[in-house]
Design a protein around this ligand. Structure first.
Ligand code: B12
Length: 219
């Protein structure tokens, strides 16, 4: 089977809400040597995008979104051990959260796994996390990077609130802020003063590695 066929099988298994098929497609993709990040970004994520379109058109209901998310989680579980990284060396600390009012966590969880594989210590605060709780975690853990995820246009402004709260307590210049999620644009990131908008989890994590590398060179 060619690479495209493996990616198509991953995509279809998510669209078809098929647990057995996603596990099989993920295992076969890994056996054939497909990069785990590619399996996620070019196989499973496009499948989720189709599920989203179906939901918008009324072909799928909320219950189907819930199942699709579980199917994708299953696929990610199979490919995660294949993600190549730095191993044991700890290179930095990241506090990560999905902002208040938002329960979408697949993207945040992928970013978390990739960060850990790259050697970051990740404090994952979970979903629906208030600005107050994000700020107190930053005060407690003193990370060099804060990652936030939002999938709803309604919850995106919470990211700006966190940045404003950081400024108010003079911590803004102590942390880099990276944000992600489908509705987030570069313009939005610039408008709230975030340091970076992740194109996808892999690109975002590369930016984090770059940041800590630059910091190490300065120290
Ligand atoms: C799965 C899903 C759900 C699941 C979520 C399950 C879960 N555990 O996450 C459930 C069923 C719970 C759900 C609920 C709802 N959903 Co929903 N959902 C989706 C769907 C289909 C896929 C989202 C997803 O997981 N994508 C895959 C992941 C991997 O992509 P991602 O999050 O963007 O992450 C990637 C990057 O953005 C990046 N990234 C993301 N975050 C971060 C953070 C950092 C730090 C970094 C570095 C990178 C990074 O990395 C990832 C991989 O590359 C989308 C449709 C879509 N096209 O996005 C709708 C969608 C987001 N949902 C939508 C809606 C409306 C809802 C509900 C309001 C529905 C309802 N009527 O109740 C509720 C809201 C619940 C809430 N309060 O949050 C709308 C949002 C519309 C809008 N513009 O606001 C969408 C767009 C569907 C649609 N087309 O209408 N949903």
């Amino acid at each position: 089977m060619g690479e495209d066929k493996h990616l198509a099988a991953l995509k279809e298994s998510i669209v078809n809400l098929d647990f057995a098929a996603v596990a099989k497609a993920a295992e076969e993709a890994m056996k054939s040597g497909i990069d785990a990040n590619r399996a996620i970004n070019d196989g499973m994520v496009p499948g989720m995008a189709i599920v989203g379109d179906k939901f918008e058109k009324g072909d799928y209901f909320l219950s189907e979104l819930v199942v699709a998310a579980e199917v994708m989680r299953e696929g990610i579980k199979v490919v995660t051990p294949y993600i190549k990284g730095e191993g044991a060396r700890k290179i930095g600390k990241v506090v990560i959260a999905t902002v208040e009012g938002d329960h979408h966590d697949l993207g945040k969880n992928i970013a978390t796994s990739l960060l850990q594989v790259q050697g970051f210590e990740v404090i994952d605060l979970g979903v629906d996390v208030s600005t107050e709780n994000i700020i107190s975690a930053i005060k407690e853990h003193q990370p060099s990077i804060v990652g936030m995820s939002a999938l709803l246009t309604l919850t995106m402004p919470r990211m700006g609130e966190v940045i404003e709260a950081l400024k108010a307590i003079n911590l803004r210049d102590k942390v880099k802020v990276i944000i992600g999620g489908t509705p987030i644009t570069d313009e939005f990131a610039a408008s709230i003063g975030a340091d970076h908008k992740a194109v996808n989890a892999l690109e975002g994590v590369k930016k984090c590695v770059e940041w800590v590398g630059a910091q190490e060179r300065r120290n």
